[in-house]
Design a protein around this ligand. Structure first.
Ligand SMILES: [Zn+2]
Length: 216
């Protein structure tokens, strides 16, 4: 679509889809109320009109940015199946002052003391997903001022993976292998076993539907 004009019904549809996928916190200034979709890789530099390459932004921030590259903090996305050792990897590499965004840790923080570290009630999952989206938006924008942002995302969808790439974020995959993961996962809830099966392309262990909030 490069070369075609950005506007009309197609642009408003993409704008709505961008808000759905990424929320309405401006990715440039980190404040809420975004009313436009900004191209991470500018259209003039060949950036496509796809959701991977679009982020919510205030129209004013979008216009001020123009075609300049984004200068947010370095971001490392840590992927891998449940029980792969993602949290351990971050513990070993992150330094004081870094921002660590871990869905399970957020979910635990939203519950009374003693909550399960990997199995959360549905209502908590929803709140944690919103908190995580807000944390990513606040930490990774140009004014986030984090030294380094670590984002644990077990199994990003191809769309989300594309989004990380477009943003220039480093994606690290932790995968010690099926047998190691399965031996560690005995204490994990059923959805974790499902996720492991999906990661390795096995037949699903149970038939629960994957929780969309876990794909993020
Ligand atoms: Zn803004």
């Amino acid at each position: 679509m490069t070369g075609s004009k950005w506007g009309g019904r197609r642009a408003s549809r993409l704008r709505a889809a961008t808000f759905d996928a990424w929320g309405t916190v401006c990715h440039i200034c980190g404040l809420p109320g975004a009313d436009s979709a900004d191209h991470v890789i500018p259209r003039s530099l060949g950036g496509p009109d796809t959701l991977d390459n679009l982020r919510p932004a205030h129209l004013a921030c979008n216009q001020r940015r123009g075609n300049s590259p984004l200068k947010g903090p370095p971001v490392t996305v840590v992927c891998g199946p449940p029980a792969a050792g993602k949290t351990t990897y971050v513990r070993e590499h992150a330094r004081p002052g870094d921002v660590v965004i871990d869905f399970d840790a957020i979910a635990v923080a939203l519950q009374p003391p003693g909550a399960h570290s990997h199995d959360h009630p549905a209502a908590i999952l929803r709140v944690a997903a919103a908190a995580r989206q807000a944390a990513v938006a606040a930490a990774t924008n140009v004014r986030g001022q984090a030294r380094h942002v670590w984002l644990i995302d077990s199994m990003p969808t191809p769309k989300r993976r594309g989004g990380y790439k477009a943003s220039g974020w480093r994606v690290v995959t932790i995968d010690p292998g099926h047998d190691v993961v399965m031996s560690r996962a005995v204490q994990r809830p059923a959805h974790a076993l499902d996720a492991i099966a999906r990661w390795y392309g096995d037949d699903p262990v149970t038939s629960t539907t994957p929780d969309p909030s876990r794909d993020w």
